[in-house]
Ligand binder design. Structure first.
Ligand SMILES: [Mn+2]
Length: 310
């Protein structure tokens, strides 16, 4: 049984790179949308709504706080994303958020969880396709960049009571760590590994994928989240091997082939339970010769997740 009406899509252009050490990913959303994807989505859905959120850091006022860089800018951008995604999810629309850096997922993940909690009294599953686990609490983050922390804030493993710094996140926005699965991980910090183990978070790293094959891993991940569970699919383009996505913020060799990535998102589509998708970290200012290839890969993942033909 489908969990949303599947005929209306909201596209959120999350044009903020304040969570990343370098700028450029704020240009990713439009690069992806304007490469033919918008037309394809408009042909596929009865209605397509487009919203945009951008964030300009005011560096002189946004000093570091508790191990976080540009915390007020990122908090404000993600709160705006949260409010948008929350409202569109509550109206039964599918939501596609195009980043921007990975910190934007703080807004999307808390929004779908909050909306489903308030309307249906149940929390969605979250499938993260990422080279990283992106769950560093600020105090353990080696860099202080919030794009390494989205799952820490979205699960409540990291919290902040400081005014203007993620103080908008409420208990009923927090994702269920028992319904969370990572696919494609291969670059995990020691502290993150501890958190994953302590909290029993499921993951399928690249070794698991080599061992079992991507089709079995997709089956195991979907079986884990359960048949009637709404799914928020959160994709960092760096899950793909740099061969397929060279214009990404943090390249890690040994990743998924595009074909493997497409298989995962299509399997999620086939459940009929997809409620939202994030696609983050496409950065058109990195490896400019590879931008077209990266954008094409991003589009292929979006098309697969929403069941568009290839
Ligand atoms: Mn990543």
């Amino acid at each position: 049984m489908a969990v949303s009406n599947n005929s209306e899509l909201t596209i959120v252009l999350a044009e903020s790179s304040a969570g990343a050490p370098q700028m450029g990913s704020e240009l990713g959303s439009r690069a992806i949308l304007n490469s033919g994807l918008l037309k394809a989505l408009r042909d596929h859905f009865k209605q397509v709504h487009i919203c945009e959120i951008s964030a300009k850091p005011s560096l002189e006022e946004d000093h570091d706080h508790a191990g976080m860089k540009r915390p007020r800018t990122v908090s404000k951008a993600t709160q705006s994303i949260h409010e948008l995604v929350y409202s569109h999810t509550q109206q039964g629309r599918l939501v596609l958020t195009l980043g921007g850096d990975h910190s934007n997922a703080i807004g999307t993940l808390t929004a779908t969880t909050g909306a489903f909690n308030s309307k249906h009294d149940r929390r969605p599953a979250v499938i993260c396709v990422d080279a990283h686990v992106s769950i560093n609490p600020p105090e353990a983050s080696p860099s202080g960049n919030i794009h390494g922390m989205p799952l820490a804030f979205a699960t409540g493993l990291a919290t902040s009571q400081e005014k203007g710094i993620f103080d908008w996140i409420q208990q009923n926005h927090l994702i269920d760590m028992k319904k969370m699965v990572y696919i494609g991980t291969r670059d995990v910090d020691d502290e993150e590994r501890k958190l994953i183990q302590q909290n029993g978070i499921k993951f399928f790293d690249m070794n698991d994928i080599k061992k079992h094959g991507i089709d079995s891993v997709a089956s195991m991940a979907l079986e884990y989240v359960g048949e009637q569970t709404p799914i928020h699919l959160s994709c960092d383009i760096d899950a793909l091997d740099p061969e397929w996505a060279p214009s990404a913020g943090h390249l890690v060799p040994g990743g998924l082939s595009l074909q493997e990535g497409e298989l995962v998102v299509r399997r999620v589509h086939e459940t009929g339970n997809l409620i939202a998708m994030d696609l983050v970290e496409v950065n058109p200012t990195i490896n400019v010769d590879g931008v077209e290839r990266t954008v094409n890969s991003a589009c292929a993942l979006v098309r697969g997740a929403f069941g568009l033909s290839v």
